[in-house]
Design a protein around this ligand. Sequence first.
Ligand SMILES: NC(=O)c1ccc[n+]([C@@H]2O[C@H](COP(=O)([O-])OP(=O)(O)OC[C@H]3O[C@@H](n4cnc5c(N)ncnc54)[C@H](O)[C@@H]3O)[C@@H](O)[C@H]2O)c1
Length: 248
Amino acid sequence: MDTNLLAGQVAIVTGGARGIGKGICKLFCEEGAQVALWDVLDAGEATAEALRAAGGKAMFQKVDVTDKASVEQAVEEVMRQFGRIDILINNAGIVRDRTFLKMTDEEWHQVINVNLNGIYTCTKAVIPHMREAGYGRIVSASSVNGILGAYGQTNYSASKAAIIGFTKALAREVGKYGITVNAVAPGFVKTDMTATIPPEMLKGIEDSIPVRRAGTTEELAHAYLYLASPYAGFTNGHTLSVNGGVIS
Ligand SMILES: NC(=O)c1ccc[n+]([C@@H]2O[C@H](COP(=O)([O-])OP(=O)(O)OC[C@H]3O[C@@H](n4cnc5c(N)ncnc54)[C@H](O)[C@@H]3O)[C@@H](O)[C@H]2O)c1
């Protein structure tokens, strides 16, 4: 059931080519938003095309969230074409898992660069437009592993914990402009990101989740939808755990 919750609104979704980001783009289109889908993967064009074929208003922009010039250019293009930016979903993220003793400098910096610095770059480019309009919704992807810490993921857990602090701090600064800043901390969802987990480990992971299964991209997308909607005007600085009950 679509409720046109985002009718007339413009949303940027980073990492929208596949996985949870793709689910967010689909739901936001169904809810009436115009969606700018950002990704480094050319597959973003096929994702946007499928959304348009289903009646959605989606535009693919090849954007690397770590590249300030590419981000600023894309924001200008969204403003030129749509005239406003109501929603920024900072969803793009990567993993480079290795135990800390073996982790290379490159693996550490790549993850911090995409997962944390990317959020800085995108938010910095978008927020002046939201301030000008007196309205905005910024929602970023944290993770259950940023709350609990995960073995082999010091880089990833650090980046995802930092997003919680970023969210709380920025919420205090920009609430007065009608902008709310929140995060979603997904638990285990089967996507390309988690596809490398050996099948023998999957059952153990699912058994450890109180609802005894992985989450779906649709379930995650609905959490993003609430925080991106006009109804979240009094929800600010919050990280919403969507993990089947692993931790609240
Ligand atoms: N899948 C899970 O279990 C899970 C759990 C917790 C948190 N998350 C977080 O949710 C978000 C989405 O995860 P997913 O599982 O859909 O992953 P995914 O790998 O399927 O999708 C991530 C997308 O981000 C894009 N991306 C990567 N680097 C980019 C860059 N520099 N610029 C632009 N786009 C870039 C990728 O190309 C990809 O399309 C991530 O931030 C991830 O850390 C996922």
